[in-house]
Design a protein around this ligand. Structure first.
Ligand SMILES: Nc1ncnc2c1ncn2[C@@H]1O[C@H](COP(=O)(O)OP(=O)(O)OP(=O)(O)O)[C@@H](O)[C@H]1O
Ligand SMILES: [Mg+2]
Length: 726
């Protein structure tokens, strides 16, 4: 089981929980026993616990000794001492071996008591099994032998009670009670004492049980929360190491569900596992042991009940299980749709597609609701069915037990205890049944989490990464050597046989029409993807041979779609180095032509930036994104179409500033505008993923048809507008 594996790191807590659960089960199981005592001894026997009384009249003592077999007689005599007031009192040995004494004294005592009361009453005198006084006298004079007495006693006994042991014991206790009354004991206070004693014990046991349950709950919750936290951390770390392709494979929405909902499922089940799954067997075994000690004749009822419970659980599980599996996928779907709708809200409004999107969301949400309703409906049958079983069991036990009580084979308290133990046993199986529903569900969740954890990262560091040689210059050299690449294996390559060199300290531009593979080139330099064939080398080292961190530390990257994290402008610009000084940030902002707009803000560098940069304009966002890259102390800068949202004037100023400020560094600029690339040391023209030409502007104007087409179309356009910065 995957879930159990998560608990490996919390062995101590699990051990502690087991100890506490045993304590709880012990307390739980002793309560019915105490209740039974309360009823049987405390109420029915008026608080008289033992058949062997503390004190007995000498005449009665002699009579019962006579009626006892020889070896019992000597044992009984050894347990009592003659006192001065004409009674026999329990001595030390008697106290110590009271249980054994109870057993041995019961029959003769009950018999003697019965004979005495019978003969004392006129109407019963003729029924008296033995004429006790006469017999005692005869025995004392040696007229009757011990064997004769015993034979007589046997006959009398079977006539009276059928020689049932528990009945005899009860009668012996009544005898003891009568004896106490004869001796003038205060029976009420005796009973009260007993009731208080047993009540106190019950309270203590209940307190122990509560304390154990609370402690278990606390530890279980902590452990489960810890398990969930560790899982989330691992999942998050793993996702951070994922390449774009890996994230796409799972989909961001699904990754979010896995990190939240799925892990929550696991957490819940771990709690339940610690509290119930461990408790149920302890309780069930304990309950069975106690029941077998109480009375085994009704055990079949428990077996039938447990079978009924398992049958119910099996049926419900069979119905609900397949739906549980689907549920997680549906939650994924709801997440996916709502994420998409929320991010695309302005577009939805602009195109007036609210109704359509509502419908789409509704569809996903309804599908989830239907499944949840179904499973919940099925599950609602669970409780009533279980209650039915439990109540039926109670009735059955009272029914069957009633006959036994009538026949005198068990006492009322025993039956109450039996009912409680049966409930305990049934409850524990019920718990197992419920858990058996939750477990597979959580298992689905665990499987989904593990899928992510076990997924190989398509971009991984080599076992022994090569480090870059001591930098020869301020800039790095980036070489594309016959690179062919496609995003997925089936489709046509996005780049085929691309070769060019971005020389150290020079500015290299990549130009081409939309979809020609320009952004892909940058992504390959950053090694967001691995090439299919050929190689990308940085300072002569294949990017795949380096540690990703070392590689990326060389570059300042401005993505095509500027993404800003929430925080202040200072946080944004200083993203590459949290300890970055204010000066450097300001320089970067200045260089990125963002100084004006930062100055406009009241808070200046501390002005807030919303998540995704949604509270700044597209051009401002792009400039902050550029400033973020420029602030990094690196040897090469990668601009992926980063000037597209800027007006021509700002674009020109920015390029001039960069040319000045980044002297000596390698710059790789991707652009669609000719004006952006004009001054580059080298221009690479991409067409449908292939290099169509490579050289300076003048060279390309002469030799490269594709470049000339792009250039002519744009130059004339600008000239028409009359705003060209050329
Ligand atoms: N993550 C991706 N998965 C699959 N295909 C992709 C992915 N990203 C880009 N492509 C495809 O690769 C090709 C090149 O994309 P790329 O983003 O490199 O173009 P580009 O030259 O940067 O275009 P633009 O000028 O519009 O930014 C396109 O045909 C695009 O459909
Ligand atoms: Mg692009």
């Amino acid at each position: 089981m995957r879930i159990i594996r998560y608990l490996k790191e919390s062995k101590a807590a699990v051990a502690l929980v087991i100890v506490l659960l045993i304590a709880q089960a012990f307390a739980d199981l002793s309560l019915p026993r105490l209740t039974s005592d309360l009823v049987d001894v405390g109420i029915q026997q008026a608080g008289v616990e033992d058949a062997a009384p503390e004190a007995v009249r000498s005449s009665m003592f002699e009579a019962l000794c006579m009626l006892a077999p020889a070896e019992d007689e000597s044992f009984i005599r050894a347990c009592y001492e003659q006192a001065d007031d004409g009674t026999c009192r329990l001595n030390e040995q008697g106290e110590k071996r009271r249980d054994e004494l109870d057993e041995r004294i019961a029959t003769p005592f009950a018999l003697a008591y019965f004979a005495q009361t019978a003969s004392a009453r006129e109407d019963l005198a003729s029924d008296a099994p033995i004429d006790l006084d006469a017999l005692t006298d005869a025995y004392a004079q040696g007229a009757v032998s011990k064997d004769d007495v015993l034979a007589m006693a046997d006959a009398a006994l079977s006539a009276v009670s059928g020689a049932d042991e528990s009945l005899v014991a009860q009668q012996a206790v009544s005898a003891a009670k009568a004896e106490y009354e004869q001796l003038g004991y205060d029976m009420d206070s005796m009973q009260m004492r007993y009731l208080l004693g047993i009540g106190g014990r019950m309270l203590a046991v209940a307190a122990l049980m509560t304390a154990a349950a609370i402690a278990v709950g606390y530890i279980a919750s902590r452990t489960a929360a810890g398990v969930a936290k560790r899982l989330r951390e691992r999942l998050f770390a793993k996702v951070l190491s994922f390449s774009d392709a890996d994230v796409q494979k799972f989909s961001a929405a699904s990754l979010i569900t896995r990190a939240t909902n799925d892990i929550q499922q696991i957490q819940m089940v771990v709690t339940v596992l610690l509290r119930m799954v461990l408790y149920a067997p302890i309780l069930a075994i304990g309950g069975i042991v106690m029941v077998s000690r109480t009375d085994a004749s009704m055990s079949w009822i428990i077996v039938v009940a447990v079978a009924a419970i398992f049958a119910t659980v099996a049926v419900l599980m069979g119905l609900a299980m397949p739906k549980f599996k689907v549920m997680q996928k549906l939650i994924d779907r709801v997440n996916l749709v709502s994420r998409e709708i929320l991010t695309g809200l302005p577009v939805i409004r602009a195109f007036g597609r609210q109704e359509y999107e509502e419908g789409r969301f509704d569809q996903a949400s309804t599908a989830l609701m239907r499944t949840q309703l179904f499973t919940n409906r099925v599950m609602t049958f669970m409780m009533p069915a279980m209650m039915l079983v439990m109540n039926a069991v109670s009735v059955l036990i009272v029914w069957v037990g009633g006959f036994s009580i009538d026949a005198g084979t068990i006492q009322t308290g025993d039956m109450i205890a039996f009912i409680t133990y049966s409930m305990v046993i049934i409850m524990s199986f019920l718990m197992l049944g419920m858990v058996s529903i939750m477990l597979p569900r959580a298992d689905v969740a665990a499987k989904r989490v593990n899928e992510v954890l076990a997924a190989p990262c398509s971009i991984a560091d080599p076992a022994e990464p090569e480090s870059l040689a001591e930098p020869r210059s301020e800039g790095v050299e980036i070489v594309f050597d016959d690179v062919t690449f496609s995003y997925d294996e089936e489709s046509d390559p996005v780049l085929s046989h691309v070769s060019f060199t971005a020389e150290a300290g020079k500015t290299t531009a990549v130009i081409g029409s939309t979809g020609s593979g320009k952004s892909t080139v940058i992504k390959l330099v950053e090694r967001f993807y691995d090439v299919d064939s050929g190689s990308v080398r940085v300072d002569g080292v294949d990017v795949r041979a380096m540690a990703q961190h070392d590689l990326r530390a060389q570059f300042g990257y401005v993505p095509q779609k500027a993404f800003l994290f929430s925080g202040t402008i200072a946080d944004t610009v200083g993203y590459s180095d949290p300890s970055m000084g204010e000066e450097r940030m300001r320089a970067a902002v200045e260089l990125a032509q963002a100084a004006d707009f930062v100055a406009e803000r009241e808070e200046g560098m501390l002005a807030p930036v919303a998540q995704g940069g949604s509270n700044v304009s597209g051009g401002q966002r792009q400039r902050l994104s550029i400033a973020r890259a420029l602030a990094a102390d690196v040897r090469a800068y990668l601009f992926d179409d980063s000037f597209s949202a800027l007006d021509y004037k700002t674009d020109a100023r920015l390029r001039a500033a960069i040319a000045e400020g980044l002297r000596g560094k390698t710059v790789l600029i991707v652009a669609q505008r000719i004006s952006t690339v004009l001054t580059a040391d080298r221009i690479v023209v991409l067409e449908n993923g292939s290099v169509a030409g490579c050289g300076t502007h003048d060279e390309l104007m002469r030799t490269c048809e594709t470049y000339r087409e792009i250039a002519l179309s744009q130059l004339s356009e600008e000239e028409l507008k009359g705003g060209g910065s050329l």
